[in-house]
Design a protein. Structure first.
Length: 367
């Protein structure tokens, strides 16, 4: 009888693990598994998409990642037994990072040179669609910024003339009733001036670059929100303390996160009154991610999540456009400014919203 082989060393020290590191450069998800479903290795793309650490993935089974693993179970056995060399099928992948939502994927199962070990490649069906959408969003954001900047400059000059003329007129009038009209003109001109200044601010404000700790940014935002809503709102933290500092404009990032958090609280007024409103600030390290047409080894992933009513479907695709607001009285500039500030850090921002759960995800490259 052949004696049982000793247990292999930890995955991070095996030659197989070293060879598998090359798969971390791929945008598609790859896992090395046994025929019984036990995960031996997983690459960064899989780790990021599923929302579990590599260590957790390697302690579990690939069957846990699919809501209906029957076809995968059968395919692994066929490939491991050399009945077929490769097989592919469509399936759904669980995403713990997105509240357990399911992602349509294409699964490819291949033989390896090692008996009882199978290579599984998982391709996100919507991956190309998302990249195309990011590219369109980036182009549209640049066009919007140029349009807004030009429009603001066109408004600024005549606005000063209107205000000056109203002031001169007020000095000539003796009727209290008529001076009330000039007061309204001056007040509205001042209000529009503030709006124009906010539109122009991101473009003319200097970029003050310092070492930024994202958790200090989150804590500052958290304290400001809780000062405004001391009761009825829970602001939960879910931080990855291993995140390194990075170079950036601390004040811009505080303003970006604060704008998103403020938007969330303003639509959760009813929940705040009921005492069950919840806002979550969550940080993670994303590895080998692609956004803005570039691939980054490491990136900060910041989620701002709320349990509000969600973004109205009618404006869901336009929420980052200037002057688009989902609530009455809103300026429609908060999210536009947040997007501008994030993009000035070579990052990207996106929103996933359904009634009862809205998540804004910010990605910023790390050194």
């Amino acid at each position: 009888m052949i004696p049982a082989k000793p247990a292999p060393p930890a995955p991070s020290t095996t030659p197989a693990a070293s060879a598998f590191e090359a798969f971390d450069q791929l945008a598609t998800m790859v896992a090395l598994v046994r025929a019984d479903g036990r995960c031996l290795q997983a690459n960064s793309a899989l780790e990021n998409t599923v929302g579990m650490s590599r260590r957790s993935l390697q302690r579990g089974s690939i069957f846990d990642w699919l809501p209906d693993p029957g076809q995968l179970r059968e395919t692994l056995m066929l490939v491991a037994d050399n009945q077929v060399a490769t097989s592919r099928f469509d399936a759904q992948l669980k995403r713990l990072s997105a509240g357990g939502s399911e992602l349509p994927v294409h699964v490819i199962v291949n033989q390896t040179e090692v008996p009882d070990q199978v290579l599984v490649e998982i391709i996100e069906i919507e991956q190309q669609t998302r990249l195309d959408r990011e590219e369109r969003t980036h182009g549209l954001a640049q066009a919007n910024k140029e349009l807004v900047r030009n429009l603001a400059h066109e408004i600024k000059n005549p606005l000063g003339g209107i205000r000056g003329a109203a002031q001169l007129l007020a000095m000539e009038l003796t009727s209290r009733e008529l001076t009330e009209y000039t007061r309204v003109i001056i007040q509205e001109a001042d209000r529009l001036q503030v709006l124009v200044d906010r539109l122009l601010a991101p473009h003319r404000r200097p970029h003050v670059v310092v070492d930024v700790n994202i958790h200090e940014v989150c804590e500052r935002v958290r304290s400001l929100i809780l000062a405004e809503y001391p009761r009825g709102l829970e602001v939960a933290r879910d931080y990855d303390i291993s995140l390194p500092e990075f170079r950036g404009d601390r004040e811009q990032l505080i303003q970006a996160v604060l704008n998103i958090a403020h938007n969330a609280t303003q639509v959760m007024v009813d929940r705040i009154v009921d005492g069950d409103a919840r806002l979550v600030l969550r940080t993670r390290v994303a590895r080998q991610v692609t956004f803005g047409r570039q691939r980054f080894r490491l990136a900060l992933e910041l989620h701002i999540e709320d349990n509000g009513p969600g973004v109205p479907e009618a404006i869901r695709d336009r929420i980052f456009h200037p002057l688009v607001s989902g609530r009455e009285g809103g300026s429609g500039l908060g999210l536009t400014l947040a997007q501008t500030f994030v993009q000035q850090h070579n990052g990207t921002i996106e929103c996933d919203s359904v009634p009862g759960r809205t998540v804004f995800k910010i990605l910023i490259p790390l050194p």
